[in-house]
Ligand binder design. Structure first.
Ligand code: MN3
Length: 238
């Protein structure tokens, strides 16, 4: 069953229930990474709103460069890593397996996080969670206000480049706030990101320069909690 090998391999890195639908949402039918023969690369999906839609919190230019060049770069990097691993298997040549495994983790995590980031934002979205997600937030953090402080401080305080993440951990069955370094370090295996705040400088530097804290504070204005709730309900049924 050569035809889905790369997809299975990738899903092994990121898989929990629900990632399948995220992947289909992002890449559609092209998310089946292999055609019958040979390697079929993923294509950058479309930005789900015009690039100026998040102004004034995030300027048009930043959204455009971030989505097309940076997110696009991770899609390209993921394709390269998958293709090189494909070639390594065919040639039975394993001298680069450590570097390629690192590239696979870095770029696949970058792709998933960027899609969750861009598809969770909108200026006129739902400003706070309700329903089952709110109940879970209250159970795990005490209150929405207490959770949000934790998320903001974790995001502001990432060392160098990374992310603040609200994630569902299917093993402990609770919500966690993670502070990811780069895209993949300090995560819990199998935890599913629900809401992410990108604090790489490319996400805010044109408008906020070195004031990361101001960007993270303003981020609250563009989170669309209906998107976060949809994601939560898709992975925690019932
Ligand atoms: Mn980014």
């Amino acid at each position: 069953m050569e035809s889905n090998f790369n997809r299975r391999e990738l899903m092994g890195v990121v898989s929990v229930a629900g990632f399948g639908s995220l992947w289909a949402d992002m890449f559609g039918a092209a998310g089946e990474l292999h055609a019958e023969e040979g390697f079929s690369p993923l294509k950058l999906p479309a930005l789900p709103y015009p690039p100026e839609a998040l102004e004034p919190v995030i300027d048009r230019e930043t959204v455009k460069i971030h989505f097309e060049k940076h997110f696009g770069g991770y899609v390209k990097g993921l394709n390269t890593a998958l293709e090189k691993l494909d070639n390594a298997r065919k040639a039975d040549q394993w001298s680069d397996v450590r570097a390629l495994s690192r590239d696979l983790s870095f770029h696949s995590s970058g792709v998933i996080l960027h899609w969750i980031y861009f598809s969770s934002l909108g200026k006129n979205g739902k400003k706070e969670p309700t329903g089952k997600l709110l109940t879970q937030i209250n159970a795990d953090f005490g209150s929405f206000a207490s959770f949000w402080k934790h998320f903001v401080h974790a995001s502001q305080d990432v060392e160098a480049s990374g992310w603040g993440v609200l994630a569902w951990d299917p093993f402990t069955k609770r919500l966690l706030v993670h502070q990811l370094e780069k895209h993949q370090n300090l995560a819990s295996p199998g935890s599913y990101p629900l809401l992410v705040c990108d604090v790489w400088e490319h996400a805010y530097y044109l408008k906020y320069q070195n004031k990361r804290a101001d960007y993270v504070e303003a981020f609250a204005k563009i989170v669309d909690w209906s998107k976060v709730e949809q994601r939560f309900m898709s992975i925690v049924p019932g």
